[in-house]
Design a protein around this ligand. Structure first.
Ligand code: ZN
Length: 85
């Protein structure tokens, strides 16, 4: 008897790539501690936020919203102790 074999899933070109980043070198990912170093792809200065290449929303008070909806509280440089040499 001939068994019915499930069709292999076809990888659709519509699926998002691992990263939409086309910069060189690549922007840090949203999971990276370096994420604020990603390029700004949409700046809305009037509204006080920028969209970074890694899909992080960066607010002018240094708060962030990550692509997975996680909210990062503002972390102004003045809040962190200065490094002394
Ligand atoms: Zn990029």
């Amino acid at each position: 008897m001939e068994s019915c074999r499930p069709a292999l899933p076809i990888t659709s070109p519509a699926v998002l790539p691992d990263s939409l980043c086309q910069h060189t070198p690549k922007c840090p990912s949203a999971e990276s501690p370096d994420r604020e170093a990603a390029k700004v792809i949409a700046a809305h200065a009037v509204q006080g936020w920028s969209l970074l290449c890694n899909a992080v929303l960066l607010f002018e008070d240094t708060g962030e919203v990550l692509p997975d909806g996680q909210i990062v509280a503002p972390h102004r440089p003045t809040d962190t102790p200065a490094f002394t040499a």
